[in-house]
Every structure is written in structure tokens, then in C-alpha cells.
Design a protein around this ligand. Structure first.
Ligand code: CA
Length: 738
């Protein structure tokens, strides 16, 4: 009541001094509504510090260039929009600043929208110093966009976005037929923080447009942002319109690439990429007409194929709007590609993508491959690319000799942190000396640093638990990163432990604690993760089909499971008592089994819960090392359906392990749709075969140096590829009749 009176007085006062900009303080949603209604150009609506729960902010008005209407926080960062909150703005010259979205998710399909509704868009408006941190829908398949730009002349700057784990672009420029298309938006000085792999298409960090309107120019600018581990999918930035400028951004260890997916006449210049040789780190991928890629710096990029440092794609003749238009008139000039795995030309050439690049130039680039290797690859005809004035560090049998001169290149790191040739004769080759990497303090906000990511295993306190004590009570009392240290003896577990943070349960050195379980061992809930170490699990009396470690439906964020030095005895191979099972809508960063022994169990790792066909999968990395499996139905059952090409994984590796008397008839290990498979140095004895099923992309499968004793040879199936099965099988030994 008091505040309402204050508001009335403030407005009353201003009528006498109409030119005065007013600060309108509001403390609840009703006051906010009234303030929006009353706001005049130059006014600021100021939200009280504290938590604003379930607040769907609708901010409309008409300011002027000199006197915008502002919505801001009493104290920047202290106004927290949480629960089911979001923000829509419509009108002209609106500014939003200082807000923090955390601890919830939008109830709609956008968090911040530059439109109130389909008729009321925002123009010449700005979102600045806003943070969206981990504000993800818990079911990762439920899609939303964190910042949706409509209208024209809008700006998103000095904001901080990180931790999106559900589907949908982090920041998108939306260009629908009928809306203004010459957008001229500016996206600058933002911190795009870690975005983990989504495990499907729809994990882009920025997208400008969609294919339908891609032949018109958006003329938007993406400049001086930091992309830090933005690894949602193969497109970090997806340009689907023309006339855009992507300039002077800094990309750190991000899987994927900047992709000129649709639209013509875009400029990508003076960006700096550091991959630290992390898998699938890429640079720029070129498709369509008249694209310029110049003066960029690429270092330590390990990506290949579509995630190469530079890739120039083959197109589809007379392509439909949503496939691949032929590359024509591309200019790729003065880039430095250093310590990077690949430059792929005519990338993706196949029966459909049969139109090679034409009328394109590749000039004065500096190329230094990883460990002296030649990074150039051509998937098809590259006669339409003219090479001139390029320098490549000497390599044996270079792919391109015309226009790419081989010589010794000595590099040194300059003041700006980038590598340049020592030889002054090369001064005009590769990225220019005056690049200035954007600094962390120039982007995002000063008042917010990444919310502590889930504490890693083993980073907290260690608590001893003695036989007879309640494990469930110890788990309840534990905190993220803690370890429960079990002494020798037997522990009976009546019900599964519920884990809402990362926890280690470990047998103390030399002890062999035995967990006797009648039902499940643990349930992973939101935020949960389990590492179990040096423990024996007696599951012989489990009477029903279940998974020892189960995952709740739609729990976020992503989880991890590790077994290390664990022995598990189950009730039998046909029991359908599994060890680890994924759940729909969830995603494991990794599932690891090391130095462990499983006997008489169903499936050890069951990751088949995602059954739809859009390429979703359950775990990014699955690792099995130095373990034994006796009489189990399947060592692992991984499934990724569909023909999507947007993901990096799943990855699967199994080494130094033994599988005996196992399999369900059809297979003892079944991997379907994995992108990377490495099965090496294992023994399979009297077991069903290994089955690897390829569906899409360029799967990388290696099965090497294994012994198959009384076990059939591995089976490789190709669901889409028409050629011979793509797998490296080498050094395997077959002995005994299967
Ligand atoms: Ca995509």
C-alpha cells in the first residue's frame, strides 16, 4: 500500500515537470503492471531486489532514442527471476538491464522475447547486462529459445548466457514471412558460457534466420563475443540469412563450427578460435554464394569433416531451400590455420551433394598442420577453387601443390597471444598482426560468474560409514562432491538411495565392504551423479527386473556415473537385472566402468530409452576399461536413431576387458548409431558377437587386437550408407568354433 502511494505521488509529481525522467520503484507484479502503463519516455521502472517467482514480465511502451523506457534492477544481479518466469517486450526504444534468470525455466518456448505477441514486436530496443544461467527445462527434449530477436535495430550486449541443457537455440534471430527481414540487430560483447552437447540437433548457440527466408539479408552483426565451450551441436553459430557480419569473436574449446548454412554474402572476419585440440573443435563451414572468410585465426582445432578448421561444402544441384546450395564466389583469404587437423574441401560430396564449389578463391592463407601432417582433404572435385599465394608448413605428399607453397615455417607467439611466422617475408600471409582477442572483462557482466557447476566427484568431505549405520541417512546428510567411506563388513540396503548431487561411495583401502541389496542401489535425480569404488555388490536376491542404478525421468542437469573396482553378482543372465539404465529426456556426460567385474546380470549399460527418430541419444561418452563380464545378457546396449548429422557422439570405448559366456543370442555388445567406436585389446569367450550398426554421418569404428574365442566375428551393419561397411578391423584373432 505504501509503495502504491509512493508510485502515485511520483507520477503526480512528474505531471508538473513532464520533462523529468522518473525512477518508478516497484515491489510486486501488480505495481509493475501499473508502472508499465504509466511509463513515459525517459522513465525507469526499477524492480526491488529479491526473488521474483513465476513472473511473466510484459514490458511494452514507446520511448525515444534519447529517452528510452528502461526496466532494470534496484541492484544489478540481485533481482532474480525464478520459477516459471520470462520476459516479453514490445514497442520502441525499450531497454532491459540487470536481471538474472536462474533456478527455473520459462513456462513458454522463449525466455526473453523481443515481441509481446505476433503483432507487437520490439524495435530499436536493447537487452544489456542480463544473465540467464542454467534456466533450462528439465526434460532436455522440451524446446525453448533463451533470447528471441524479432523486429529491427535491436541489440543484445554485455550479457551472460550459460548452462543450457535442453533443446533449442540459445539466441535466435527469428525471421518469419511478413515480419521485417532487414533486421540490423547487433549481438556484441556477450559471454556465451559452457553449453554441453545436447545429443541432438537444436543445440546451436546463435542462429540467424531459418531456411525459408534465407535468401533475404538480415544484415545483423555478431561481434566481440566470447564463446566458451559452447558445444551443444555441430553449429555454434548457424547463419541462415544474408548480409551478416561475424567479426572478432573469441571461440574457446567449443565443439562445432560457425556455419554459413543458408543465405548469401556473409562476412566472417578476424575471429579467433582456440581448440586446445579437444575433439570436434572446428572453425568455419562455407555453403552458398559470395561468402567471405578472411583474417581469421584458427589454432589447435581437432575437428574433421564438417567440423574442420575450414570446410567448403559440396552443394546439391538445384537445391531446395533447406538443403545445400552450391558454393560459388567464396573468398577465403589471409586466415591462419595452425596446429589443426583439417581443411576439408568439397566436404560432404555424395550422390546427392554432387555440385562442387565454383568461382572461389583461397589466397594468402597460412597453414600449419598438426605434427607436420597435411590438413587438406578433398571429398570431391576442387577445380572450382583457385589457390594462390598460400604458404603451408612443409609436409610429405601435400594434397595441393598449385598455389600452396611448401616451406619451413617457424612460428613465435606475439604479444596478442597468437602465433605468427618469424620470417618477415611472410608478413602478408595468414591472419594479420593487429588482431586483438576480446578479453573476459570486456564481455558479459561484472556481477555474475558462472554458478558453481556441479561439484566433481571427490571434491568434498569424506565421511566414514560403519556397518549397521544407515547409508540412506548418510546420503541425506551429504553434500555435493562428498565421499562416503565404507569400512569392511556388510551393509543392507532396503531401498535405492536417492542422489541429488554428485556423491562417491567408496570402500576404504584394503576393506571389502559388501552392499547387500534386495531392490535398486541408487536413483539419480536432478543434479545427481554416482561414483562407486572398491565395493562388492551382492544383488543375488533381487527378485524383479530393475536397474541397480536408475535415472529419473527428465532430470537436469546432465549426470555422470562411474564404477571403479566394483564387483557385482546378480541373480542370473536372464533376470533382466541391469546395472545402469538411462531414462528418456536425460543425458549422461559420461558413463564409465573401470576395473570392475559383473557376473550373472542382464544388461550392464542400457542406453536405449530414447526411441524417437530425431537422433537423440542417452550418453555422450561410454567407457569400459579393464573389466570382466561373466554370463551377462549384454555388456552395453546403445541406441541413437535417425539420420540427423548435428551431433558429435555418442562415443564408445572398450579396452582391456573380458567377456565370457555372455550375450542374448544376437549380440553380447550392441552399438547402434554411435559416431565413434573403439573396441580394442579385449577377449570375447564363448559369447555372442559384437554388433555395430551405423546409421548416419561418417562413423568412425575401430575394432582392433581383440581375441574372439568360440565367438563369431563382429557384425557391422550399414542402415543408410550404400558402400561396403565402414569399419577398421585389424589385428583381431579368431580361435575355436563359435
Ligand atoms: Ca543445427
Amino acid at each position: 500500500m505504501l509503495l502504491r502511494a509512493a508510485l502515485t505521488i511520483a507520477i503526480g509529481a512528474s505531471t508538473a515537470h513532464a520533462a523529468l525522467a522518473r525512477d518508478i520503484a516497484v515491489a510486486d507484479q501488480a505495481q509493475f503492471k501499473a508502472a508499465v502503463k504509466a511509463a513515459k519516455p525517459g522513465d525507469s521502472i526499477i524492480l526491488a531486489d529479491g526473488e521474483w517467482r513465476d513472473f511473466q514480465v510484459v514490458f511494452t511502451g514507446t520511448g525515444t532514442a534519447d529517452k528510452p523506457i528502461t526496466l532494470t534492477a534496484r541492484t544489478k544481479g540481485k533481482v532474480v527471476l525464478t520459477g516459471q518466469s520470462n520476459l516479453r517486450m514490445g514497442g520502441r526504444h525499450l531497454v532491459v538491464s540487470g536481471l538474472l534468470f536462474r533456478g527455473g525455466a520459462s513456462p513458454t518456448n522463449q525466455v526473453i522475447s523481443f515481441r509481446r505477441d505476433s503483432k507487437t514486436l520490439a524495435f530499436d530496443s536493447r537487452v544489456t547486462e542480463v544473465v540467464i544461467d542454467g534456466y533450462s527445462k528439465p526434460d532436455r527434449r522440451a524446446e525453448d529459445i533463451w533470447v528471441a530477436l524479432y523486429g529491427t535495430g535491436n541489440r543484445v550486449d554485455h550479457s551472460h548466457f550459460e548452462g543450457k541443457t535442453n533443446a533449442g537455440v540459445t539466441l535466435a534471430v527469428i525471421r518469419r514471412a511478413g515480419d521485417p527481414l532487414d533486421n540490423r540487430h547487433r549481438i556484441d560483447h556477450n559471454y556465451f558460457g559452457p553449453r554441453p552437447p545436447l545429443g541432438s540437433n537444436g543445440g546451436e548457440t546463435i542462429r540467424i534466420g531459418t531456411s525459408e527466408e534465407s535468401l533475404s539479408a538480415s544484415n545483423s552483426i555478431v561481434e566481440r563475443n566470447i564463446f566458451d565451450r559452447t558445444s551443444g551441436e555441430v553449429e555454434i553459430v548457424s547463419i541462415k540469412s544474408g548480409g551478416n557480419v561475424v567479426r572478432e569473436n573469441l571461440v574457446l574449446e567449443s565443439q562445432g563450427a560457425f556455419v554459413l548454412r543458408h543465405g548469401n554474402g556473409n562476412l566472417v572476419e578476424r575471429n579467433i578460435f582456440f581448440g586446445n585440440n579437444a575433439p570436434d573443435t572446428g572453425g568455419v563451414r562455407v555453403i552458398n554464394r559470395d561468402q567471405i572468410v578472411r583474417e581469421n585465426y584458427f589454432e589447435g582445432l581437432a575437428g574433421k569433416d564438417f567440423k574442420s578448421a575450414i570446410s567448403v561444402m559440396n552443394g546439391v544441384p538445384d537445391s531446395t531451400i533447406n538443403r545445400y546450395h552450391q558454393v560459388s564466389g567464396a573468398r577465403i583469404e589471409r586466415n591462419s590455420v595452425i596446429d589443426s587437423a583439417r581443411i576439408t574441401l568439397a566436404a560432404g560430396a555424395d550422390a546427392e551433394r554432387s555440385a562442387p564449389p565454383v568461382g572461389s578463391r583461397f589466397e594468402r592463407n597460412l597453414i600449419v598442420g598438426t605434427r607436420g601432417a597435411d590438413p587438406f582433404r578433398a571429398d570431391g572435385d576442387i577445380g572450382g577453387i583457385a589457390f594462390a599465394g598460400n604458404i603451408e608448413a612443409r609436409t610429405a605428399n601435400p594434397l595441393i601443390s598449385n598455389g600452396v607453397e611448401q616451406r619451413d615455417v617457424k612460428l613465435e607467439r606475439a604479444e596478442n597471444g597468437l602465433l605468427y611466422p618469424v620470417d618477415p617475408a611472410l608478413a602478408a600471409i595468414g591472419a594479420p598482426r593487429d588482431l586483438v582477442p576480446v578479453k573476459r572483462e570486456e564481455v558479459g557482466v561484472a556481477w555474475h560468474r558462472s554458478s558453481a557447476s556441479e561439484a566433481a566427484f571427490g571434491t568434498g568431505r569424506t565421511t566414514s560409514v560403519k556397518p549397521g549405520a544407515s547409508l540412506a541417512a548418510a546420503v541425506d546428510k551429504s553434500r555435493a562432491g562428498d565421499t562416503l567411506s565404507l569400512a569392511a563388513g556388510a551393509y543392507d540396503l532396503a531401498a535405492p538411495l536417492t542422489l541429488r548431487h554428485r556423491l562417491t561411495i567408496a570402500g576404504t583401502k584394503g576393506a571389502a565392504p559388501v552392499l547387500r541389496i534386495a531392490g535398486g542401489l541408487a536413483q539419480i535425480d536432478g543434479g545427481g551423479g554416482l561414483r562407486i569404488e572398491n565395493i562388492e555388490i551382492d544383488a543375488r536376491s533381487v527378485g524383479a527386473a530393475l536397474s541397480l542404478v536408475a535415472v529419473g525421468r527428465a532430470v537436469a542437469p546432465n549426470y555422470r556415473i562411474q564404477f571403479d573396482g566394483v564387483t557385482v553378482r546378480g541373480p542370473g543372465k536372464a533376470s533382466r537385472v541391469d546395472a545402469i539404465a538411462s531414462a528418456p529426456g536425460t543425458f549422461a556426460e559420461s558413463i564409465e566402468i573401470r576395473g570392475s567385474h559383473f557376473a550373472d546380470m542382464g544388461t550392464i549399460i542400457s542406453a536405449t530409452a530414447e526411441q524417437e527418430s530425431k537422433g537423440w541419444y542417452a550418453a555422450e561418452r561410454t567407457v569400459i576399461a579393464d573389466s570382466h563380464f561373466d554370463r551377462v545378457a549384454l555388456v552395453a546396449d546403445l541406441l541413437r536413431k535417425g539420420t540427423d548429422e548435428s551431433t558429435f557422439g555418442p562415443w564408445f570405448a572398450m579396452t582391456g576387458s573380458q567377456v565370457a559366456d555372455s550375450g542374448n543370442g544376437d549380440a553380447s555388445l550392441r552399438l547402434s548409431g554411435a559416431q565413434h567406436v573403439d573396441i580394442a585389446g579385449n577377449r570375447f569367450v564363448r559369447s555372442a558377437p559384437v554388433a555395430v550398426i551405423h546409421s548416419v554421418g561418417t562413423p568412425n569404428t575401430r575394432i582392433a587386437n581383440n581375441l574372439f574365442n568360440h565367438t563369431r566375428a563382429p557384425r557391422i551393419e550399414e542402415l543408410a550408407w550404400k558402400g561396403p561397411a565402414r569399419a577398421e578391423l585389424s589385428g583381431n584373432i579368431m580361435e575355436g568354433r563359435p
